[in-house]
Design a protein around this ligand. Structure first.
Ligand code: ATP
Ligand code: MG
Length: 355
């Protein structure tokens, strides 16, 4: 169990790294951010920032030597960088969790291997593969790059066989996966945590609405029956245990009449868990820091109904109006330019307190 004053190393300095840094400092720790880009959002609040690329092994080693434990806010850290870091300090969540969530095919094989249901899928490495896969899976389907997708980027929808050539061109030759289209009624996610001692704490599932491939809102409680709610939590716990996971994990699920289908997992705090900042005594950021620091997990029970709304691009202009609303808590990321599609902040609206 890390003592106050210990240093939490965080790979990535975006908004998740920023909110993790705040949580770390609230617990008496210091956050050291490693981020290739200049002026990262986390830099405003972290104790220390290293600005260097993930290829700079000397910078990585110096960073590792200066921290007590290493965690991350995004999953696409190169393997060689992780090797250099892991030789010096523990990385939590572990390498296997990271490797699995970096690659959609490995992820789906892992999930289905646990007996969980995913969309039907097939690896695709060429146009011919795509045509064979589509013949098996059927249209509509979605082609996704196996690596490096986020916010719906690196995806192409295939409505009919005639769309295959264009869809394959969108992938620019990258190894991909074809997924059958799931006619879900809605999307939910479970944010769950596992401690060093193996204990698990799950937050109540949130219901997610996407727009243009980007998360728009998360609402708690989600529309789920009591048994779907337990299923969602059991799915998350099963994944955490199988990975011997330490930290917070996000599990995205499609709700269908046939049951819950796992879309993907994220080995980190998750945008759809931001509501916990106003809905729980211990939010996902504190929970993650507690876990990676070897502390006892906090209580994740929900005491309010909350709607989290992402402020994307020009939405930032709504801040003065949102700031006048009594039940709204604002979380802004300190990003300069409000480009289209850029997450600038989020607003948590407490709809109803639960007594
Ligand atoms: P993010 O970073 O936002 O999680 P991502 O780029 O990793 O996104 P996915 O989560 O795989 O991509 O897909 C984004 C969204 O596209 C999903 O939340 C869902 O709305 C839709 N989608 C993805 N796969 C399927 C599918 N097989 N069937 C139906 N809809 C899908
Ligand atoms: Mg997703």
């Amino acid at each position: 169990m890390l003592e106050p004053g210990a240093v939490i190393g965080i790979l990535g300095g975006g908004q998740l790294g920023r909110m993790l840094s705040v949580a770390a400092s609230r617990l008496g720790f210091r956050a050291h951010i490693y981020e290739p880009g200049i002026n990262p959002p986390a830099g405003d609040v972290a104790h220390r920032v290293t600005t260097a690329p993930y290829e700079d092994l000397a910078a990585l080693r110096a960073f590792a030597a200066s921290v007590d434990v290493i965690t991350y806010e995004f999953e696409n850290v190169p393997t060689a960088a992780l090797d250099a870091l892991e030789a010096l300090r523990p990385i939590r969540p572990n390498r296997r969790a990271l490797a699995i969530s970096q690659e959609r095919i490995a992820e789906k094989e892992f999930l289905t291997g646990l007996g969980l249901t995913c969309a039907p899928f097939a690896p695709v490495g060429s146009l011919a593969d795509l045509q064979t896969a589509l013949a098996r899976i059927g249209a509509p389907a979605i082609l996704k790059t196996a690596r490096l997708g986020y916010d719906g980027k690196g995806q192409a929808r295939i409505m009919a066989a005639a769309d295959t050539v264009e869809a394959w061109e969108t992938m620019q030759g990258a190894p991909s996966v074809l997924e059958g289209f799931i006619a879900f009624s809605h999307e939910v996610s479970v944010i769950a945590a596992r401690g060093l001692d193996g204990s698990v704490a799950c937050y109540d599932p949130g219901e997610n609405v996407h727009q243009g491939g980007i998360l728009r809102t998360t609402t708690v409680p989600a529309r789920l029956s009591a048994s779907q709610r337990s299923d969602a939590v059991l799915i998350a716990a099963r994944i955490l245990n199988a990975l011997d996971y330490v930290g917070v994990l996000g599990v995205e699920l499609f709700v269908t009449p046939q049951g819950l289908i796992v879309n993907e997992i994220a080995p980190r705090v998750h945008n759809s868990g931001h509501w916990t900042q106003q809905g729980c005594a211990v939010d996902q950021f504190e929970q993650h820091i507690r876990a990676v620091a070897g502390w006892t997990l906090g209580d994740g029970s929900r005491f309010a109904d909350v709607v989290m709304e992402n402020l994307i691009g020009d939405d930032i202009a709504r801040v003065p109006a949102l700031a006048r609303e009594r039940a709204v808590s604002l979380h802004l990321y300190g990003k300069g330019e409000a480009r289209a599609g850029r997450k600038m902040g989020h607003a948590n609206r407490v709809v109803r307190g639960i007594t």
